[in-house]
Design a binder for this molecule. Structure first.
Ligand code: C5P
Length: 408
């Protein structure tokens, strides 16, 4: 398996303007480099008050550029050279003053100068604001942010929470891992822009009594990867998750459920409001007819307790049978132990869905990699072994290519 890292071959100019959040930029350099990027750090004079160029140089492995008068550049045009090499310029932290400079097109320091000098059509500018909540909320800042966006800058965050000044509110710079994921998403093709995707993921848990239940080994990783990939592709994503301990992908709305019936009740009213439904969840087929209110105890007879099982609703089949005007374009998953394609094709027909994605259950549950076979009316397409996120991105591409909007 050799999926290249997400920022493989990307050259990022990381600009730091002055702010306490500069301490997060040290971690950000490491995150970007771990994701495969080359990072060239550029700092304003104010930024050097908060973190030293020595630290940033040691972490990035490149000399930090501080001044437009840096005579080491043979042509003495650092602003041109830096912005021509970059796949993106990320300014993190972007202070209120720096955003004001960008909004006005000022160029009195190297960092603002190179942002102004960048070729607009091929060197995007991403700003990660970081400032006190009153500074962020100030009409002048909001005006400057709107102007910077109108001129093509992309604004990441800011987040909300505790601030260095002791106040709480909007204006925190996003964390290093969040900024890394925003940058990774930025480079993904927007194949589902304007679409909405509803996804089920993970196992369900069917209570036998207050402490025991029936469940399975589904980790939820594939469904969460599909949710992330769909969000990266520009879709509005709702993720209905069974009991799993996985972080929610950025920009995904998550609804936690436990049982198959709760999953059904979360999905059904939402399905008509989504364009695409991807059922990755390993829903328990049966549940105890009635869950005991008290823990079942051994009675000393040596005989286990008997309890009746009843069938759970089939969420995917129910959504696939909705009237055409309410029915999203449905994708089912088939986790099989053998005869994958035959079972997947049988499922395609039985559930009445346009696409079934087959995988070998024992080979995928809990693992980070997988192999998928796409089965539809046209035939079979194999997505070879790769990490689940890489496969999820491939799957999103295949879904986008096949998706047909429902009749208006
Ligand atoms: O019926 P089977 O479990 O083999 O089908 C698997 C597919 O159907 C998966 O997409 C799964 O998420 C979905 N499913 C469901 N509700 C069930 C059982 C399965 O949505 N009760």
């Amino acid at each position: 398996m050799s999926t290249p890292p997400d920022l493989h071959r990307k050259h990022i100019v990381l600009g730091l303007s002055g702010g306490i959040a500069c301490y997060k930029s040290a971690e950000l350099v490491r995150e970007l480099m771990r994701a495969g990027a080359g990072v060239q750090v550029v700092m304003t004079e104010a930024a050097t008050q908060f973190i030293t160029p020595v630290t940033m140089q040691a972490l990035s492995g490149r000399t930090v550029v501080l001044s437009q008068w840096d005579a080491r550049e043979p042509n003495n045009m650092a602003h041109i050279n830096l912005s021509r090499e970059a796949d993106a310029i990320l300014v993190a932290p972007a202070s209120a003053d720096f955003i004001a400079q960008i909004a006005q097109g000022r160029a009195d320091e190297l960092l603002s100068l190179l942002c102004l000098a960048r070729p607009l059509e091929r060197c995007p500018l991403l700003l990660a604001p970081a400032m006190n909540r009153e500074m962020w909320a100030h009409p002048a800042t909001q005006r400057n942010v709107a102007q910077a966006q109108a001129d093509g800058a992309i604004v990441l965050g800011p987040g909300a929470g505790d601030q260095a000044c002791g106040e709480t509110g909007d204006g925190r710079m996003l964390e290093a891992d969040e900024l890394r994921d925003e940058l990774i998403a930025f480079f993904q093709p927007r194949l589902l822009a304007g679409r909405s995707v509803l996804i089920t993921a993970g196992p369900t848990f069917e209570a036998i009594d207050p402490v025991r239940g029936i469940t399975n080994h589904s980790s939820g990783k594939m469904g969460f990867a599909v949710a992330r990939a769909a969000a990266e592709a520009g879709a509005r994503v709702t993720l209905v998750a069974g009991p799993v301990h996985l972080p929610t992908p950025r920009h995904v709305t998550r609804i936690d459920v436990t049982s198959a019936r709760q999953m059904h009740d979360a999905v059904l009213p939402r399905a008509p409001r989504h364009d695409i439904f991807v059922a990755t969840a390993a829903v328990a087929d049966w549940r105890p007819a009635s869950a005991g209110e008290q823990k079942l105890k051994k009675d000393g007879s040596g005989r286990p307790p008997a309890f009746e099982l009843v069938e759970n609703p089939d969420i995917l089949a129910t959504v696939a049978r909705l009237p055409a005007a309410d029915r999203p374009w449905c994708v089912g998953f088939a986790a099989e132990s053998h005869d994958l394609v035959r079972h997947a094709r049988e499922k395609l027909q039985r559930k009445g869905v346009p696409l079934v994605v087959g995988n070998l259950g024992p080979a995928t549950f809990g693992r980070d990699d997988n192999t998928l076979v796409l089965v539809d009316a046209a035939g079979e397409t194999e997505l070879p072994a790769a990490g689940k996120l890489a496969l999820a991105r491939d799957l999103v591409r295949e879904i986008a290519a096949r998706y047909t909007p429902r009749p208006a």
